[in-house]
Ligand binder design. Structure first.
Ligand SMILES: C[S@@+](CC[C@H](N)C(=O)[O-])C[C@H]1O[C@@H](n2cnc3c(N)ncnc32)[C@H](O)[C@@H]1O
Length: 267
């Protein structure tokens, strides 16, 4: 179980609920895909790119929630983030790219639908039409993967994430969302061991997952019992520090030159 932070952003009135049967069918698809119970096929890719091409024109006005509580909450309370490129998967019309850019600097926005990407012009400066199941990114090259209401491709995501990288998974409508995955489902689908922290915010929820760093592996300097690696401790306590050399060490946020400054978490 990942640590559940207390909710600080209430769920406002008027939550938009997607059509029940359609949402349930998509959720089953998303769960089965993430868990490897069904394959990702060219037919599925073609169906979804066509569907989102059709929805692109009305996405911002009719289909987007118009809220960004879960993303803001995750950025504020998820802990420290590594410096480096953020890959935004299923970026759609780019509604969240400016927020991700403000947090991480460089954001590469990936989407299957050409028309969703076209509508993102002006919001997402670096747009790539690609399938998140086969990313055009080198191994271990990405610091943050942000996926907002998106399908999970666990193996591919783990391939491109750097050893200190994190996955920011946002369910805009929480359990009601058509692509909802719980933090347990996300963590179970990812290869290897991951630690995560999660919270509900507004209408949605978020887990933030990072790969479980084994302090005994070369490169991790957290081998002292007196100073256990903070990644091992499930992101509690002061954040670990990633040195520019790539070494991972325990430390405080103050001593880290390579972490984005995070706002002080609310008590
Ligand atoms: C529910 S929309 C969310 C869009 C955006 N993140 C937002 O919250 O406004 C899902 C997006 O993921 C894209 N998508 C679905 N499957 C994908 C895949 N395999 N690779 C890349 N993008 C994909 C769709 O084209 C669509 O734009």
């Amino acid at each position: 179980m990942s640590p559940l932070l207390p909710r600080i952003v209430p769920s406002p009135e008027g939550k938009p609920l997607p059509q029940d049967d359609t949402a349930a069918a998509f959720r089953t698809f998303a769960r089965d895909l993430a868990a490897g119970r069904r394959p990702w096929t060219t037919e599925a890719a073609g169906f979804l790119s066509g569907l989102f091409d059709q929805l692109a024109g009305s996405w911002d006005s009719d289909l987007a929630t118009g809220r960004d509580d879960p993303l803001h909450d995750a950025l504020a309370r998820g802990g420290s983030f590594p410096l480096g490129t953020c890959l935004e998967l299923g970026s759609g019309t780019g509604l969240f790219t400016p927020t991700l850019e403000a947090a991480f600097g460089t954001v590469i926005s990936i989407d299957l639908s050409e028309l969703m990407l076209r509508h993102a012009a002006g919001r997402s400066p670096l747009r790539v039409r690609a399938d998140a199941s086969a990313l055009p990114s080198a191994d271990a090259s990405v610091s943050v993967v942000a996926a907002i209401d998106m399908l999970l491709f666990p193996q591919e995501l783990a391939r491109v994430l750097a050893p200190d990288g994190v996955l920011l998974w946002i369910n805009q409508l929480g359990q009601d969302g058509p692509l909802y995955l719980s933090s347990e489902e996300v963590a179970a689908a990812l290869p290897g061991q991951w630690t995560s922290v999660e919270a509900a915010a507004g209408w949605g929820s978020w887990p933030l997952c990072d790969a479980f760093a084994d302090p005994t592996t070369p490169g991790c300097a957290c081998q002292s019992a007196a100073a256990p690696c903070m990644r091992r401790a499930g992101r509690k306590g002061p954040p670990y520090v990633v040195r520019r050399s790539g070494r991972v060490e325990c430390g405080s946020a103050d001593s880290s030159p390579t972490r984005w400054p995070r706002p002080t978490p609310e008590p």
